[in-house]
Design a protein around this ligand. Structure first.
Ligand code: FES
Length: 505
């Protein structure tokens, strides 16, 4: 069984070297996922000099671990937006999403990108009576906003369904094949790409300057922060305005003819379904879901097991060669933050909070940021997505709720009694939280029988991290930082590793 996503199994991505010297450019983009690569493509096409920095390898983050649906059906969003931001802005949200879908389709068609793009109807379905009225309300929102859609009790795929809301002519593709082409084009246009290059902080010399972990500098006129969580905060307090969720995907072979369609249910636990074809040959079913707040104390292995049980019951699939997980952030009003990081500096742009709809939102973010850079700060969608907005009552309510939850996690971490397992009783590939010389520590015994002993205090703002046994990571329940079992940062907002603890006297 492979813990890489299915997309990585049939795509050889070009490797790029590490940044070895300081540089100057017009635009520095940090983060080589769909947002960073699309922005590099668009900006370089307009003749701008672009440097793209990636802390790990290109497309190794959430873009390479997505379910890759290209759809404007973002759950029960339109009825909510009608209530929170009004009809006009809700319509803009739909238009913006449709435009990013059209952009993807046009690029693929025009340049004949071989990325398994196919149009599919999308279905938002429910088996919970409590959601029937919500689906009806969502349909009313579709009608008010001129969004094509209809309610149905019959879906092409035979799974239990009391009612479904169909949005026709959405799409799916192979995200890495698509972005591989886009990255090659950006490079042909002069974009310089550096992997294994960690942006650490921002300095202001004569220009703004990105300082890397190896202490090289990239000076730039514009900085595009396309890391999933902005690697700089700039008093934007993004850690307080978003929360992180993990989700899981399992994939097994589909035999026979697939009846078509992409599916997601409205209720919990989430079940998201689509197909993918590997090497133009074998069709696999992707079943995603089991979303939960990152770092929550749960058994992550059971998330995969629950998805497998569902697949076995519904489709008689019992062999799952692929399984993987991903994390994404949700904002206070469920609309991504795209635009100037703060009003004080319109030349630093961020994009985050895609709520697991990264293919459309990432493309949209790249388009908006390109418009802002090349059209003197103008974009038709600037006001709707500006990270500075604080316009609706639910935002205030959610700000309070998110931060109460963080405070609760902080206290829970400090007060809860450590697990009882002693270090010398740990099995291979097992972890525990215990105490060493009175300090709370996390210990993992790796497959080579090596112990990794770490201070479990998150280096971001001090919450206590929890063990994620499925991915062998330490995850923070407060703002979603993730650490490798050796303590190195895998995902921010934390920038520094967990402190290593020595067992020697
Ligand atoms: Fe903020 Fe851990 S991510 S305290």
């Amino acid at each position: 069984m492979c813990s890489k996503s299915i997309w990585h199994t049939d795509t050889e991505l070009k490797e790029f070297s590490k940044l070895q010297e300081s540089k100057q450019t017009e635009v520095c983009i940090v983060g080589a996922g769909i947002t960073g690569i699309t922005a590099a493509y668009l900006l370089s096409k307009k003749g701008l000099k672009v440097i793209l920095l990636e802390a790990d390898y290109v497309l190794s983050g959430v873009t390479g671990n997505t379910s890759a649906k290209i759809t404007a059906q973002h759950g029960l969003i339109y009825s909510e937006l009608m209530e929170t931001i009004g009809e006009e802005k809700a319509k803009q949200y739909y238009q913006a999403t449709r435009e990013s879908m059209d952009f993807i389709k046009n690029a693929i068609t025009q340049h004949r990108i071989d990325c398994q793009y196919e149009e599919q109807d999308a279905f938002l379905f429910t088996n919970d009576d409590a959601y029937l009225a919500q689906l009806e309300k969502e349909l009313e929102a579709y009608q008010a906003l001129d969004i094509p859609g209809e309610l149905t009790t019959e879906m092409p795929l035979e799974i239990p369904c009391k009612q479904a809301l169909k949005m026709p002519e959405q799409a799916q593709f192979h995200p890495l094949k698509y972005l591989q082409w886009m990255l090659e084009e950006a490079v042909k246009n002069g974009t310089e790409v550096y992997e294994q290059t960690v942006a650490m902080k921002l300095e202001y010399n004569r220009q703004k300057t990105v300082m890397t972990k190896d202490e090289h500098r990239v000076s730039c006129d514009y900085l595009v922060v396309a890391t999933q969580f902005p690697y700089i905060d700039h008093q934007g307090l993004y850690f307080a305005k978003m929360y992180a969720e993990r989700s899981y995907i399992v994939s097994g072979k589909w035999t026979g003819t697939y009846p078509g369609g992409m599916y997601i249910n409205a209720e919990n636990p989430t079940r998201s379904i689509r197909t993918a074809t590997l090497n133009h040959k074998d069709t696999y079913l992707l079943i995603g879901g089991e979303n939960h707040r990152s770092g929550e104390k749960i058994d992550e292995k059971s998330c995969y097991e629950n998805l497998k049980t569902f697949a076995a019951e519904q489709f008689e699939i019992t062999d799952f060669p692929y399984q993987w997980s991903a994390q994404d952030f949700t904002t206070l009003d469920n609309i991504p933050y795209i635009g100037a990081i703060t009003g004080d500096d319109p030349s630093i742009l961020i994009a985050t909070g895609y709520r697991k709809w990264g293919m459309t939102n990432g493309t949209l973010a790249a388009k908006i940021m390109t418009d802002i850079i090349t059209k003197k700060g103008e974009s038709p969608y600037k006001d709707l997505f500006t990270p500075e907005r604080f316009t609706s009552k639910p935002m205030l309510k959610n700000l309070f709720r998110f931060n109460m939850e963080v405070a609760t996690e902080f206290l829970k971490g400090k007060l809860s009694f450590p697990a009882s397992k002693e270090i010398d009783t740990l099995e291979i590939d097992e972890a525990a939280i215990t105490t060493v010389k009175g300090d709370r520590v996390g210990v993992y015994k790796d497959k080579e029988d090596q112990l990794h002993v770490l201070d479990t205090t998150c280096t971001h703002l001090g919450c206590e991290v929890n063990w994620n046994g499925a991915d062998r990571t330490w995850d923070c329940p407060c703002h979603g930082s993730r650490y490798h079992y050796d303590g190195e940062v895998m995902a921010g907002p934390a920038k520094n590793p967990l402190r290593k603890i020595s067992l020697d006297d």
